[in-house]
Design a protein around this ligand. Sequence first.
Ligand code: SF4
Length: 369
Amino acid sequence: MISTTAIALDATLAKAVAGERLSPDEGLQLLDSHDLTALGRAADAVTRRLHPESYRTYNIDRNINYTNVCSAVCDFCAFYRKPKSPEGYVLERDVLLQKIQETVDLGGDQILMQGGMNPDLKIEWYEELLADIKSHFPQVNIHGFSPPEIHALTKVAKLPLRTVLERLKAAGLGSLPGGGAEILVDRVRAAMTRGKVMTDDWLNVCRVWHEMGGRGSATMMFGHLETLPERIEHLERLRQLQDETGGFTAFICWTFQPDHTDMAHISRAGSFDYLKTQAVARLYLDNIPNIQSSWVTQGLKIGQIALCYGANDMGSLMIEENVVASAGTVHYLTLEQIRGAIAELGYVPRQRNVFYELIDSPPELAPVW
Ligand code: SF4
């Protein structure tokens, strides 16, 4: 006999598959469920409705961590060094440009530039950096500076948020990565970070950037101090902002990587929780078009299967990754592995840019005799 819980779950899943918006209570009902198969099937149906194409995408970019010096303290971060630390660095310009050249040589069209909140770097330093990169590589999109970095820069520069964003955009900033979101609930943020932007200000950086015509991604790092209702609250805040601005191109979630951090006592969330949470995100975020797999934290096998649990994109062939690598397992894949993982699922692998426009040549169609 089918339980009333299963019947209620089926009704909620059917609602999402049909394109109806889920309430926070319904989102929580899904997260509370252990029926991963049902959640995955529904998330995949929504993905196929939103992306009926025969392909799935990936991107080629490089994560450049221009500085590890940070004025904040995040208990989950093994990457940062305090100001004045002998282990602190700011990448030399020629090293940074060389990294971009290597990215371009590998067919990349973008750099993801993120770092700590370095109080010694003024807005003029950022403007000069962006202009320098653009003068050497005008074709490369600079996906740069997460909302916490932008927010911290407004404090260093003593300038309004919009002015800071306008100056960075004028200097060459192309799009905004949604890093540093962790869980967008102040209780959780206050419990594990000090000196870092809180929820409303994180969202407001994205809001103003979107109002200026900018685009960017949204993220969630889960599996640490948050409750399941707080995961839903995070998704709800993103969905509300997306209703307002429409500026998020994609959502990426990953599990907290505890090694070498001050939260190493928290056990690593498993693949079940990762796939379930991503599937629920696909069902809940009805207004964010793309979901990226996080194979960097989950590995090739789960990263591939994530394409059957709500993701339509394999994310980036990351030529370099330092932040997650500092906190435990990090996986590296070759372009062939990413393309092969997509192809094995029956999709054509296609390269895209940050705006999800296809930028490779279409594969040759087999002749029809
Ligand atoms: S997560 Fe970011 S803001 Fe927090 S300590 Fe690390 S570099 Fe600084």
